[in-house]
Design a binder for this molecule. Structure first.
Ligand SMILES: CC(C)(COP(=O)(O)OP(=O)(O)OC[C@H]1O[C@@H](n2cnc3c(N)ncnc32)[C@H](O)[C@@H]1OP(=O)(O)O)[C@@H](O)C(=O)NCCC(=O)NCCS
Length: 204
């Protein structure tokens, strides 16, 4: 299986939205909103085009990774730029073949080349620890509401890059999805039935 990674192009946008919808459907809630997030993120300045990669097999897009600029703001209102990773999606029938790992490792190297300080994400620690992510608490970084939990993780991209940087993490506003907006956007896609699944009850 020959997997290639390349930068996403504008003509790939809709295909990536479809694949994101397939990857996240029924995972955290009945249905999903991640395809709308992918759709909206590309329209805001926070979107990092240079780190938006797709994985393909024989010209079929099977995976995607998206980054956006985010902020850590400390108690003195000092603002530090970091990267927010997500969504990361692999088509269900292509999962567990190393595609997600390839996208992660490739984009981490490129983010280092672009001199970003750190990547912050919300995800399963069992998956992201293998790339070096640790609990954000290690760096004194909390969510915007002042919380820490295992799924909230950080990867420092160079030695001491986060030295002196701590505070609350703020991602782009587009991650907040409005139900009405989602309902309308969903109509652009073929109907897909929603289900309640075991994965929706996993603790943070
Ligand atoms: C999570 C996801 C991107 C991983 O991509 P992938 O190509 O399937 O993963 P890889 O083949 O690179 O890695 C497989 C390994 O990750 C583990 N893994 C895959 N998905 C996992 C998950 N959700 N949680 C924990 N471990 C996971 C597998 O058990 C396997 O472990 P092993 O190497 O010890 O056997 C993909 O499964 C996906 O799109 N899932 C649905 C959407 C999602 O959860 N995205 C991430 C949200 S933060």
């Amino acid at each position: 299986m020959n997997i290639s990674i390349r930068l996403e192009k504008e003509k790939d946008y809709r295909t990536v939205e479809y694949l994101t919808r397939e990857a996240f459907w029924d995972l955290y809630h009945p249905g999903c909103s991640e395809h709308l997030i992918v759709h909206k993120i590309r329209k805001v300045p926070a979107f990092v085009k240079e780190l938006s990669f797709i994985a393909s097999i024989e010209n079929r897009i099977v995976g995607s990774i998206i980054y956006s600029r985010a902020k850590v703001i400390n108690g003195k209102d000092e603002v530090f730029e970091v990267l927010c990773m997500g969504p990361l999606s692999v088509l269900p029938s292509f999962q567990r073949k190393g595609i997600g790992s390839l996208l992660m490792r490739h984009s981490i190297e490129k983010a280092k080349e672009l001199s970003f300080k750190a990547i912050i994400l919300f995800g399963d620690p069992k998956y992201y620890q293998r790339f070096g992510f640790v609990n954000a608490k290690t760096y004194g970084i909390q969510t915007s509401s002042g919380k820490n939990f295992d799924a909230f993780m950080v990867l420092e991209l160079s030695k001491e890059a986060l030295s002196g940087i701590s505070g609350k993490f703020y991602e782009s506003q587009i991650f907040k999805v409005d139900d009405k907006e989602l309902e309308k956007f969903e109509q652009e896609f073929p109907y897909k039935e929603k289900h309640i699944t075991d994965t929706q009850f996993k603790e943070e």
